[in-house]
Every structure is written in C-alpha cells, then in structure tokens.
Ligand binder design. Structure first.
Ligand SMILES: *[C@@H]1O[C@H](CO)[C@@H](O)[C@H](O)[C@H]1NC(C)=O
Ligand SMILES: *[C@@H]1O[C@H](CO)[C@@H](O)[C@H](O)[C@H]1NC(C)=O
Ligand SMILES: *[C@@H]1O[C@H](CO)[C@@H](O)[C@H](O)[C@H]1NC(C)=O
Length: 427
C-alpha cells in the first residue's frame, strides 16, 4: 500500500513540466549590434522565447522547442553568433528548481506573524496574506485598493502608502509594479520588501508610493500550477482561438503604438497584443484606477526578470524621448547603487533604451505608455538571473533577500533623484 502511494506521488511529481520534454535551453552571446539585430530577427522568425534577453557581450538565455533546435542552431552558426548549451533537458532542470524550493519550504516554518517571507518564491496567496497583514498593522499608512477582478475572478490589488493619505498634492508619487508576466516569480518579493521597508524608514516623509505586487494574478497562478514559463493573462474572450490559446501579453496591451511591432495577431503566441488596447481587465482597470494619480508620478519602475537590465522608452522604434538624458542619468544612478550593494557574482546592470539594448522593438509596453501619459522617468528593471555554470531556471531562493535589498537601495536613490529633477513640475 505504502509503496503504491510513494510511486503514485513520484508519477505525479514527474508529470509536471511534461510540456517541456525535449526542449533545450541555450546561452547566446552577440558580440556586436549586427549580431544582436540578427538575433532579434531569429526571435521574430521562429518565435524563440528568450527567458533572458541578450545584449551586446551579455548572454541571453533562449528556450527552444524540439522542432526548432536545428534551424535555430543553423541560424546562429550562419551568423557566427556564440552559443552554448545551458540545459539538454529543460524539464529536468525545472524539476531541479522545484526540488530546491521544496527543500526550503520544508525548512521554513511559514509566515510567522507577518515576518517578511523572503526565503522562497511566493505563491499568490502568500503574497496577498502578507499585504493584508501589513495593511492591518499599519492602517494609517497602508491602504489596499482593489479596482476589480482579473479575468478568472481573482482580486486585482495595489497598495497606496502615505503618511498623508495621498491628500498632500505636493508630494511626488513613486509607482512600482511587479508580476506583469506570470513567470517573473522574483518580482513580487521585491515589492513586499519595499512595503516592509516603507513602514520602517523615512522614505514616506516626502513621497507617496503606489505598489502593485502582482499585476497579472491569473498568469502568476497558472505559472505555478500548469506552466512554469507562462507569461500572459488567461482571458478566453479575445479571439476565436482564445479558447484553445488563452491569454494576452500584458506588456503589449497598452495604448501606445499598440500592436504595431514586436507583437502577434495570433493568440497562441506569447506576444499576442489582444483584440484592442487595454482589452484585458488587468490593464484596463489599472489604467482606470490609477488615472487620477498620473500627474504626480515622477518615477515608475516595472519589475521583470531577468537579465540585469534597466531599460527605458521608446521601445517601439528605439528613438529617444525628451527626457532621455534624465532617464539615462537616473538609470545609471540606480544601477550604480545596486552595484555598490550587490554580491560580486551578480553581473552589472546595463542601462539604456529598450530597443537599442535588446535589439528587439516592442509596442504597447507599460513603460512606453506611462511615459506617453507624462511620467518623466519610466523603467523596465530586469532583475539578475542565472549565469553560466548554474543549474535550473531561477536564482536559488537563498538570493531573494539579497536581491530585494539591493534593488530597493537602487529604487530609493532613483526616487530621490526623480523628486529632485521633477518634484516641482509634476503637481
Ligand atoms: C504571533 O502573535 C500571537 C499574538 O500576538 C502570539 O501569541 C504568538 O506567540 C505569535 N507567534 C509567533 C510565532 O511569533
Ligand atoms: C486610460 O487612462 C488615461 C489617463 O488617465 C485616460 O485618458 C484614458 O481614457 C484611459 N483609457 C481607457 C480605455 O479607459
Ligand atoms: C530600508 O532601506 C534602506 C535603504 O536601502 C536601508 O538603509 C534600511 O536599512 C532599510 N530599513 C529596514 C528596516 O529594512
């Protein structure tokens, strides 16, 4: 009896990640902008999924399905692009990630009366429990707003944090979001650390804060239960094919050069832009609910994983906005601060225009849209990820706390600089 139970458990555990049987992952390193552009077109042509975008002389990590191995490698060879296998068997590496998390879960005693849970990647419920706890503990500072529900009916949530209940219109607002993409599991942890720190530090005197811990809860949940690499929402009402291929890419769904480049019209693609701008409840409700604050926001940081990049507009054509100098300068301040607080093994952040740094043009992104609405400083901050020689697809959970602290240190400096530069012009 017991043996059967064990065997059954084993079978269930191994049935996970079945859809990635036969997939391989590759480190790919372009040495100049020409090779970077070539990689961009390979992505376009084959729909290769870069878990981490390559930059010049910086490894990207490509996930390649079995039927594309040959063509993908051939394209790289034809253009002399350096590559190296990361995982011969993507499913096996995903199982390693699971084991690491499971091991830590057994060691951890769970959330102890609201201790900040930074020792592991967090389930959606754990994230919501923590913010509820903090909002209860600090009712004068922290308010949870739910502008409505996700497509699958989960509450969308963001936090307003202020010593003056958002009533002092002279205070600049700092906006931080996480969890646009289901699979970006490390990003909500950074927001939870920010929340924790804001209740303890002096960063509330001069600024109001809006934190979005998980912008796309359905996608986040689905990446835990069904598909580790899931990016999109889970909507099924966008296209005839949405029933078989649900979901829209949140970061292609905003109303700025919507669906013009770096997007797809088929819902089966990861970069499907939706049936119209703000078609998703996750984007529409956010846009609707945050509208009244936009004119006071001086800094908007959208947290993603991964690649150690700080990217800014415009993404659709690589041109520079009127605020390009401030974007570059504040981006470098954030990067330098993170570096000064970082571990020696983590790569240094690259700062720049998103299309120029990654070689991939993208339309309808959150940061381009927010910048178009008038927020002077908008960044897509891609946290550090795995390096050559490491196993699995996510950073060992033991580094989460370190990343949260160093990233927060960078955000604090970014907030101060943003307020110096734009605090008087934005209210
Ligand atoms: C949690 O708080 C309760 C009530 O304040 C207390 O009785 C309990 O000992 C605490 N538990 C832990 C693990 O700190
Ligand atoms: C999105 O927000 C902007 C700025 O508040 C507003 O002008 C626009 O009408 C909103 N879009 C939709 C579709 O509600
Ligand atoms: C809050 O963040 C600041 C800036 O990184 C740091 O110096 C401080 O120690 C943090 N405080 C707490 C209570 O975590």
């Amino acid at each position: 009896m017991k043996v059967w139970a064990v065997l059954l458990l084993f079978a269930v555990a191994n049935a996970k990640h079945e859809q990635y049987q036969g997939w391989k992952s590759y480190f790919v390193k372009p040495f100049n902008t020409v090779q970077l552009q070539v990689l961009g077109s390979v992505v376009e042509k084959y729909g290769i999924d870069f878990l981490s975008n390559p930059a010049v002389e910086r490894n990207g990590l490509a996930l390649v399905k079995p039927e594309l191995h040959e063509d993908f490698i051939k394209s790289l060879r034809n253009h002399g692009i350096a590559y190296k296998i990361h995982a011969e068997d993507v499913k096996a590496q995903l199982d390693i990630d699971d084991e690491l998390m499971e091991k830590r879960r057994r060691k951890s005693s769970g959330m102890k009366n609201g201790t900040i849970p930074l020792d592991n990647y967090l389930e959606l419920e754990e994230i919501y429990d923590y913010i509820d706890y903090i909002a209860e503990q600090y009712p004068d500072l922290v308010t949870i707003i739910s502008p409505g529900n996700s497509f699958e009916g989960r509450p969308l949530k963001y936090l307003k944090i202020s010593t003056t209940n958002f009533e002092d219109k002279n205070k600049p607002i700092i906006l931080i979001d996480a969890g646009f993409f289901g699979r970006d599991w490390i990003t909500p942890s950074i927001v939870l650390y920010a929340l924790h720190n804001l209740t303890q530090s002096d960063m509330l005197h001069d600024y109001d804060w809006i934190l979005i811990p998980v912008a796309n809860p359905d996608g986040y949940k689905y990446s835990f239960t069904n598909d580790r690499f899931w990016i999109k929402t889970r909507s099924t009402d966008q296209h005839l094919l949405s029933i078989v291929c649900p979901g829209v890419n949140v970061n292609r769904n905003f109303d700025f050069f919507w669906n013009t480049i770096g997007t797809s019209n088929t819902p089966c693609a990861d970069n499907y832009a939706g049936s119209k701008p703000l078609s998703e409840k996750e984007t529409f409700l956010l846009n609707d609910s945050l509208g009244e604050f936009i004119s006071r926001v001086v800094l908007d940081i959208s947290l993603h994983s991964y690649g150690s990049l700080i990217l800014f507009p415009w993404g659709h054509d690589g041109s520079l906005s009127n605020h390009a100098f401030a974007l570059q300068s504040v981006g470098v301040s954030i990067a330098d601060t993170i570096y000064a607080n970082s571990l020696p093994d983590f790569p240094r952040y690259i700062v720049g225009n998103s299309a120029l740094v990654t070689g991939i043009e993208t339309s309808g992104t959150g940061i381009d849209y927010a910048h178009m609405l008038g927020i002077p400083l908008t960044f897509n901050l891609r946290l550090p990820g795995i390096e050559e020689g490491t196993e699995g697809f996510q950073l060992d959970p033991e580094y989460i706390e370190q990343l949260a602290k160093e990233t927060w240190a960078g955000i604090v400096v970014g907030a101060r600089r943003a307020a110096e530069l734009f605090g008087n012009t934005r209210n």
